[in-house]
Every structure is written in structure tokens, then in C-alpha cells.
Design a protein around this ligand. Sequence first.
Ligand code: DGP
Length: 114
Amino acid sequence: MSEKTIFARIIDREIPADIVYEDEHCLAFRDIKPQAPTHVLLIPKKEISSLDDLQSDDHKLAGHLMMVLPRLAAQLGLADGYRTVINCGPDGGQEVPHLHIHLLGGRPLKWPPG
Ligand code: DGP
């Protein structure tokens, strides 16, 4: 079996994280290297390595994550807007091989990203 990712260890409470939201299917916690005043990662509890690894039977889960995002943004007080990012693969800058959605806000964010 491949080694557990850091995010799987957060899900299993083997390492601490500042958890801001949890339900049956997903978990959200503050990024350890925040790039904005609010920087949270929303992850599925199911082990999915990246966006490329979503299967057709994951469509409900993918939809659920999408539905959680605006509720999470509201909970975190991001009334002026926010950005969501999914890094995928080496060129996308993905470091942790467990699907995660960055939720960033709390300041005006520039575009395009680097
Ligand atoms: P990405 O580059 O898209 O794979 O983003 C991974 C993010 O995960 C990065 O912004 C830093 C964050 N991160 C890495 N390790 C930990 C950790 O142990 N705890 C928390 N809270 N965040 C982590």
C-alpha cells in the first residue's frame, strides 16, 4: 500500500490541523503556509490523488465539494469575494497528492496567477 499523505493523516487526526468545517464527505482546514489572510483547504475524505483521478462515480462528491465552497466562504466571512484554486500535477504546482481545493480571500487577489 502506498504511504499515507499528510492530508489523509489530518483526516485521521494523526496530525493536528485548524479544522474549520467537517461533514461526512469532506474536511476543511487552514493552510499551514497561508497566501492570503484567509487560506483554507477543502478536501474529500475519500482518497483521490488529484483532479485527474476523479472517477465517474465521484460526480456527487465533486458536486458536494462545489456546494460546500460558498457556504464555507460565508462562514469565514469572505463577503467581498474569494478565489478557489485546484493545482493539478507538476506544472499546476500540486505538492500534496490528495485532491484539495484552495479557498483564498481576505484581500484583493491579483490575476493572472504566477
Ligand atoms: P498544493 O501546492 O496545491 O499541493 O498545496 C498544498 C498546500 O498544503 C500548501 O499550500 C501547503 C499546505 N500544507 C502542506 N502540508 C500541510 C500540513 O501539514 N498542514 C496544513 N494545514 N497544510 C499543509
